[in-house]
Design a protein around this ligand. Structure first.
Ligand SMILES: Nc1ncnc2c1ncn2[C@@H]1O[C@H](COP(=O)(O)OP(=O)(O)OP(=O)(O)O)[C@@H](O)[C@H]1O
Ligand SMILES: [Mg+2]
Length: 341
């Protein structure tokens, strides 16, 4: 039972913040360290724990190396101005291609004729500035108070990487994350954005839950590779977003297969269709598969993602197909003249 409880607690809080999980009779006591108190999150965690057979009471205790409690009262929704719809791109597991998908999906939505913003909320590995080619550029301001979004490949963008110190220990980045993300989201001068894509931090911890709730997200795309290990985490992700009432737009299978450039042979390196089957089993939409291809990596790494640099390639078309499904699901209204690509 302890393992079961631990697994559920880890869906809500980062493992580095969970000091202990103890069971006394039918009471579970969870001790958290260096995490700001968050009533909504606590209630959700308790609800899930009480659903376990044999758990009648749950206590959550906070401890801190220093006083970090109540860093900010997380009551109100974030006020993101001039943005009509917000979708998150998330993954249960790191390194599955969440950022590559976010960037190319944002560009595909723009190519379809929408005004798009891409926000990088991944405090653990902000990579959007590199992928859109604005890494190293300073934050710009017109009035000395608010920020101007970066403009790249025809979309607006901002990254948490511009505010956080990557040398800071992860635990402190975590404690400050939501405040820093809120500040950037609400104090950036977004210009008439039809849809904002958010590259979320990987996993299903407190930051992801808080962001989903405070942002009133219109939907979330879950990215997974086809291996079982990634899919187990993807299922966790789907369940977490469902619990906080964020609609699941569907699952994308990334690094789905590989086609040899020389002989045309196809290899299912990580297996194939795992995400499709998982989506079917969960009753969720399968949004599409993106193959593993060198040009996808190279173009993302050098600041010109494939949808911008080779929009006619089959890989870009795969992203366009996913964008079309999202446009139809969210009833977005592309205006062809708005496309900058
Ligand atoms: N379909 C693909 N084909 C080839 N390379 C890919 C593909 N998708 C992602 N990659 C490469 O795999 C690496 C990891 O991808 P990415 O950074 O998008 O993952 P992530 O899930 O955002 O990772 P993190 O959890 O670290 O933020 C990158 O070098 C990226 O260029
Ligand atoms: Mg990333």
């Amino acid at each position: 039972m302890e393992d079961k409880i631990k697994a559920i607690v880890e869906q809500f809080f980062s493992p580095e913040n969970i000091e202990s999980v103890k069971i006394f009779g039918q009471r579970a006591i969870i001790t958290l360290r260096n995490v700001a108190e968050n009533q909504e999150l606590e209630d959700l965690a308790k609800k899930s724990l009480l659903a376990i057979d044999g758990v009648e009471k749950v206590s959550i205790v906070y401890t801190a190396d220093k006083k970090v409690q109540n860093l900010r009262p997380q009551q109100e929704k974030y006020n993101v101005r001039n943005v009509k719809k917000i979708i998150g791109v998330a993954s249960g597991k790191g390194g599955v291609g969440k950022s590559t998908t976010s960037v190319n999906l944002a560009l595909a939505l723009s190519k379809a004729g929408l005004n798009v913003a891409l926000f990088d909320a991944d405090i653990y590995g902000p990579s959007v500035p590199t992928m859109l080619g604005y890494e190293g550029q300073n934050l710009a301001t017109v009035d000395g108070k608010s920020f101007e979004p970066f403009e790249a490949c025809g979309i607006q963008s901002m990254s948490i990487g511009t505010l956080i110190d990557r040398n800071q220990p992860l635990i402190w980045r975590g404690a400050k994350a939501c405040g820093a993300i809120e500040q950037l989201l609400t104090e950036t001068n977004w210009h008439n954005v039809d849809v904002m894509v958010i590259d979320m931090p990987p996993g299903t911890g407190d930051i992801q839950i808080t962001l989903s709730q405070k942002l009133d997200m219109d939907g979330v795309v879950i990215v997974s590779t086809p291996q079982d290990i990634a899919l187990i985490d993807a299922i966790k992700g789907v369940n977490m977003f469902k619990r906080v009432d964020v609609p699941i737009l569907g699952i994308v299978e990334n690094m789905s297969y590989y086609i040899c450039e020389h002989c045309g042979t196809r290899a299912d390196i990580f297996g194939h269709e795992g995400a499709k089957k998982t989506a079917e089993k969960m009753g969720e939409t399968f949004l599409g598969e993106i193959p593993l291809h060198l040009s996808i990596r190279e173009n993302a790494d050098n600041g010109t993602p494939i949808v911008a640099s080779a929009p006619q390639s089959p890989y870009s078309i795969a992203y366009m197909d996913i964008a079309e499904k999202i446009i139809s699901e969210l009833k977005l209204e592309p205006n062809k003249k708005a496309s900058n690509l």
